[in-house]
Design a protein around this ligand. Structure first.
Ligand SMILES: [Zn+2]
Ligand SMILES: [Zn+2]
Length: 368
């Protein structure tokens, strides 16, 4: 056995399977990182959002279904793609990836070593306050609870104020807004991150209302979804439009970075809306300067996080990526051992691959 030169807890049978290091979350017995934010030799990637899948690692392991998006974004990388549930041995550690319900190919990482099981969630979406079972993300495999001793959970929306309406209710609002705009002869510009949110919007709206158009940042990802077998309605690029009068009845899906741009002004008279979990906050819509805010997130809300954590059966929970302190306190009240890791992942607002979107993150500052 290698000496404990890293200064971490001794590698006994109950040593931690994931620890925090400057480069990212690290598995000492397996000698690999999970979604590292600095270059490392071996990275297990939960999903292809830019803050989780970065350039410069020696080797990548991810779901085969996310391969197309990863390669498109990161170029010529050394990537091993695996199926959900497929076991991979990394230095004697059993590693497998399980659906996280967040975006195409998103996964939780299950790590088993010497009888201990840890799961690192990455970003995940589960249905929230509505427990009917109807509220899933139709564009990717649904979150699968994985039994474990220790669960490392994200907590992007880990505050009791976050309770998502059902997707059906949100899409009813989007459709009636689009319908009203089409009747008034103006375009509907719907802003959402180009990887994940845009496809969820396209899959959820009523395509019979009018033409569905997209920004050029969105269409390559639509192609990746379609190639993976996800049903999306037909879309056209705004730039391909020959009859500009079609814009007046169209729903245009584009990344938030286009808001207020020359490109957006080229759409003519329009109403704009923004789809994000942050829209639940009073002032979220105003802060973004859009006409409408639609509460639609690819992350779990407060009841969803709680339900997902309990379903793992974990006696220990490590919180990352959001409002750690509030979630840690709640977990401790449930009698669980809880702590947090400081990570360098973005908030929902910047959780994308569009670069420029990061400046438009609308994560609120909450004082209480
Ligand atoms: Zn993400
Ligand atoms: Zn994230």
């Amino acid at each position: 056995m290698t000496p404990d030169w890293r200064g971490e807890a001794a590698r006994g049978p109950h040593a931690d399977l994931v620890v925090h290091r400057p480069q990212g979350l690290y598995c000492p017995p397996g000698d690999f990182y999970i979604d590292p934010w600095r270059p490392v030799d071996r990275a297990v990637i939960t999903h292809a959002h830019a803050d989780h899948a970065r350039r410069g690692h020696g080797a990548y392991l991810a779901t085969a279904i996310s391969e197309g998006v990863l390669r498109a974004r990161l170029g010529d990388i050394r990537l091993q793609g695996v199926a959900y549930g497929e076991l991979v041995d990394i230095n004697g550690v059993r590693v497998s990836l399980h659906p996280a319900g967040h975006v195409l190919g998103s996964a939780q990482v299950r790590i088993e070593h010497r009888g201990q099981v840890w799961v690192a969630s990455g970003d995940y979406f589960v249905q929230g306050a509505d427990e009917s079972g109807a509220d899933t993300n139709s564009t990717c495999a649904a979150f699968e609870p994985v039994r474990c001793d220790c669960f490392i959970t994200e907590s992007t929306f880990g505050l009791p104020i976050y309770r998502w309406p059902t997707a059906a209710a949100v899409f009813a609002n989007v459709n009636s807004w689009w319908q009203a705009n089409a009747q008034a002869g103006r375009a509907s510009l719907l802003l959402g991150y180009s990887f994940g949110k845009a496809q969820r919007l396209l899959a959820g709206v009523d395509a019979s209302i009018g033409p569905l158009l997209v920004h050029s940042a969105v269409e390559p990802l639509n192609r990746a979804y379609r190639a993976a077998g996800v049903a999306l309605p037909a879309t056209r690029l705004v730039s391909e439009l020959t009859d500009k009068t079609e814009l007046r009845r169209a729903l245009v899906v584009a990344p938030p970075a286009v808001h207020g741009s020359v490109w957006a002004r080229g759409l003519g008279e329009l109403s704009d809306g923004f789809a994000s979990g942050w829209m639940q906050l009073r002032g979220g819509r105003r802060r973004q300067g859009v006409d409408r805010g639609f509460v639609l997130s690819d992350h779990a809300d407060w009841p969803g996080l709680q339900r997902a954590i309990v379903a793992t059966g974990a006696s220990r929970v490590i919180v990352t990526h959001g409002y750690e302190a509030v979630m840690v306190r709640w977990l401790q009240q449930q009698g669980l051992e809880a702590g947090s890791f400081q990570t360098e992942y973005a908030s929902d607002g910047a959780d994308n691959g569009d670069g420029g979107d990061a400046a438009e993150a609308v994560q609120p500052v909450i004082s209480a």
